[in-house]
Design a protein around this ligand. Structure first.
Ligand SMILES: Cc1ncc(COP(=O)(O)O)c(C=O)c1O
Length: 378
């Protein structure tokens, strides 16, 4: 038989309790999801600010579709770049105080595009050990030398920089780390970058909308390049890279994921613009996340340890795949949807429950979640 490894590798996944399957979500109503005819309280969503069902974003999506089209119908360099894209780029540039912004179809594509376009021969890409798969894959597919520094360890980063023969270096990290919930120390990272004469890159997938007074994320102006997805707190789809004028022009000319791909949907771009306006003005959503987080932490039994976090991502390391799956199933029986996170998404031996608290949860939901976790994690 051809491609024998397909069956072999799937069998291995099953053996290691890592077999992955999709579930069909029959409906989403804010904090709950409907699966197989049952409603569950959803604690696995990245709709951190609870904007996914917002009527004004939905209305903007309809307006965008009517005025600018559902599809861009071409790549940006042909006839795919239209007013909705330009308006969204300008909104983000002003929000983040950046010279220019470039839109991508997904965060995965944006990370790959930049790593690939900047990762030329004689360049050193320095990635935080816990960087997202799209960063790692993009870097490894480039012509650059790739090194990974220990998670948030800036002494290790400085050492790698000092020992590097390459003149051009890019330091890459995330604002909030997706599977742990902790965050970069932007100041320390930029200090190393300045000393090493390196550029810095921050993936704000899990911090955009949530961090900063106007939800603009963690990156200070010292960070050279900021990337974020629209698919999480901003509750639409697609992504952006914010950078200098010259890098913007370079990416338009050399980023293959940008050049050879149909531009992001104009309707989605228009809806995202409305979403960002809501993120800026509705500060109460960020404040609510903080108060729900406090309630969650104080409602858990003392013997349940959360990984240190500064976000609304709360990870409980149960180590084994089997235990993570069993706890997830027990919670399901109690009406809670909490997906078990297993390797290779997280390192071996650190399978976990990843709780995401969203602004549309209420105190009762949080207390119920804590009560159930207290019962099943004994
Ligand atoms: C840190 C991080 N970067 C990038 C991505 C990819 O973004 P997107 O879902 O828009 O492809 C994700 C998640 O999906 C992520 O968690």
């Amino acid at each position: 038989m051809k491609f024998n490894f397909i069956a072999e590798r799937l069998a291995q996944q099953t053996e290691h309790n890592r077999y992955r399957q999709r579930v069909t979500i029959e409906g989403v109503a804010g904090r709950t999801i409907r699966i197989d005819g049952n409603a569950y309280l959803n604690f696995s969503s990245n709709d951190y600010l609870g904007l996914s069902n917002h009527p004004e974003i939905q209305a903007a999506l309809r307006d965008g579709a009517s005025n600018y089209g559902v599809s861009a119908s071409a790549s940006s360099l042909v006839t795919g770049f239209n007013y909705a894209h330009q308006a969204l780029e300008a909104t983000i540039a002003e929000w983040l105080g950046r010279e220019r912004v470039l839109l991508f179809n997904s965060g995965f594509a944006a990370n790959q595009a930049v790593m690939h376009a900047l990762g030329q021969q004689d360049v050193l890409l320095l990635l935080d050990k816990l960087s997202h798969a799209s960063i790692i894959d993009g870097a490894l597919a480039s012509s650059a030398t790739v090194k990974r520094f220990r998670h948030n360890d800036y002494l290790h980063l400085a050492k790698l920089c000092n020992n590097a023969p390459q003149q051009d270096k890019l330091i890459v990290s995330e604002g909030v780390f997706s599977m742990d919930g902790d965050e970069v120390n932007c100041h320390q990272l930029c200090e190393v970058a300045t000393q090493a004469n390196a550029m810095s890159y921050l993936d704000e997938a899990h911090s955009i909308g949530i961090k900063g007074d106007l939800g603009q994320g963690i990156a200070t102006t010292e960070v050279d390049i900021v990337m974020a997805t629209f698919g999480k707190a901003l509750a639409t789809n697609g992504a952006f890279v914010a950078c200098s004028e010259s890098l913007h022009e370079y990416l338009i000319n050399f980023a293959r994921h940008y050049i050879y791909s149909t531009a992001i949907s104009p309707a989605i771009a228009w809806a995202t613009k409305r979403s960002i306006e809501l993120v800026q003005t509705e500060k109460w959503r960020r404040e609510k996340l903080q108060s729900l987080t406090r309630l969650f932490k104080t409602s858990l039994n003392d013997d349940i340890t959360l990984l240190p976090t500064t976000s609304s991502i709360h990870a409980i390391n149960v180590q084994s795949e089997t235990k993570a799956l069993a706890v997830s199933e027990q919670l399901k029986q109690k009406g809670i949807w909490l997906t078990a996170i297993r390797p290779p998404t997280v390192p071996k031996g650190t399978s976990r429950l990843r709780v995401t608290i969203c602004a549309n949860h209420n105190d009762k939901d949080i207390k119920y979640l804590a009560k159930c976790l207290n019962e099943v994690l004994v």
